[in-house]
Design a protein around this ligand. Structure first.
Ligand code: Q46
Ligand code: ZN
Length: 300
C-alpha cells in the first residue's frame, strides 16, 4: 500500500476517501479536514480564543493539538467527574499534554469544588449517568466559556459520534434534537458558541492521529458507558461502512445539507421562552435550570 499523496509506504488507509497515507501526509490530511470543517461551517475566525473541552481521550486531545497547530489560541478545560478508575486517568493524560505543549489548562473537579460526582449525582437526581454527565458538561463548559470571554467552546465530537447521535434522533424522529444537531451552534444571550471541528474525521483517524503524534490518551471507555445505545449504533454503522465506504459521511452531511433547513424552525418553536435561572443565571425554560436542580438533589 502506497501513500496516495507522495507514494511513500502508507501506514493507514481511509476507505471513504479512497486514499491511503504515510505518517506525514496523514497528519496533513487531518489538519486539512479540520481546517475545511472550520471554514465551511464558519466555526472560528483567525486568532479566536477557543475553550477546548478535554477529557483525556483520543478525540479531545487530538482536537486540542490540531487547533493549536492551526494557530488558534486554544485553552483546555478538564472536568473531574469523580468516576472511579476513569476520571483520574483522564486528568493525568490531559495535564501531561498541556505541560508538553505549554498550553493553558483549567481543571474543575466536581466532587471537591461542586460537592457531587456523576455516579452518586445521577442516582440522586434519578437520571442515567450519561444524562447527568452530559447536562453537567454542557452547563459547566458554557459557563466557563462565558466567564473567560472565549469566542467558542470546541468539543471533540467526530464523524462516528455525530452519525450515532443522528441515527438515534432519526429513529425517534426527535425534531428538537435534530434541529440542534449542528456542527456550529451560534452564540446567543447566555450561550457561548459551540463548535465541533472534528466532524470530518472518523474515530479511527483521531486514534491514529494521536498515535502518530505520540499523544498518550485514555484508551479505556468510561465504565458508565456500558449499555449506551450510541455504542450499538456505532457498531451497526461500522459494519455498513465496511461494505459501503462513505455511508457515514453521506448520512451525516446529507442531513446537514438537506434536512437541517426543514427541522430547524420546528426545533426552535419547541424550545419555548427562556428566562434566567434564579440560582445561576443561565437561560432556562423551567423555573430553575436543570443543572441547578441536579446539583441540589445530588448534594442533598
Ligand atoms: S463520560 Fe459521562 Fe461519557 Fe461516561 S458518564 Fe457517559 S457521558 S460515558 S462521553
Ligand atoms: Zn441554574
Amino acid at each position: 500500500m502506497r501513500c496516495s499523496s507522495c507514494r511513500a509506504p502508507a501506514v493507514l488507509d481511509v476507505a471513504r476517501h479512497n486514499a491511503a497515507f504515510c505518517e506525514r501526509c496523514f497528519l496533513t490530511h487531518c489538519r486539512e479536514q479540520v481546517a475545511r470543517a472550520v471554514r465551511h461551517f464558519g466555526m472560528l475566525d483567525d486568532g479566536d480564543r477557543v475553550l477546548v473541552a478535554v477529557s483525556g481521550g483520543k478525540d479531545s486531545l487530538a482536537l486540542w493539538d490540531l487547533l493549536l497547530d492551526l494557530g488558534y489560541r486554544a485553552d483546555g478545560l478538564h472536568l473531574g467527574l469523580g468516576i472511579d478508575g476513569y476520571s483520574d486517568a483522564g486528568a493525568q493524560r490531559t495535564r501531561v499534554f498541556a505541560a508538553d505543549r505549554g498550553a493553558r489548562l483549567q481543571v474543575l473537579d466536581l466532587p471537591s469544588e461542586l460537592g457531587f460526582d456523576i455516579p452518586s449525582g445521577s442516582r440522586a437526581a434519578r437520571r442515567t449517568p450519561c444524562s447527568a454527565c452530559g447536562l453537567s458538561k454542557r452547563h459547566l463548559f458554557n459557563a466557563a466559556a462565558l466567564e473567560g470571554g472565549y469566542a467558542a467552546v470546541a468539543t471533540g465530537h467526530n464523524l462516528d459520534d455525530e452519525v450515532a447521535v443522528l441515527f438515534g434522533n432519526v429513529l425517534r424522529w426527535d425534531l428538537a434534537y435534530l434541529g440542534r444537531q449542528l456542527p456550529v451552534l451560534p452564540a446567543a444571550p447566555g450561550f457561548a458558541r459551540k463548535v465541533k471541528p472534528l466532524v470530518r474525521l472518523g474515530e479511527r483517524e483521531t486514534a491514529a492521529y494521536c498515535v502518530v503524534r505520540g499523544i498518550d490518551y485514555v484508551i479505556e471507555e468510561c465504565p458508565m458507558s456500558a449499555g449506551n445505545r450510541h455504542l450499538r449504533y456505532k457498531e451497526a454503522f461500522n459494519s455498513i461502512e465496511e461494505r459501503s465506504p462513505g455511508t457515514k459521511a453521506a448520512f451525516y452531511f446529507g442531513f446537514l445539507e438537506r434536512i437541517t433547513p426543514l427541522v430547524e424552525p420546528a426545533a426552535a418553536a419547541e424550545r419555548g421562552d427562556l428566562h434566567p435561572c434564579p440560582s445561576c443565571g443561565s437561560p432556562t425554560v423551567t423555573e430553575v435550570c436543570a443543572f441547578c436542580r441536579l446539583a441540589e438533589r445530588a448534594r442533598a
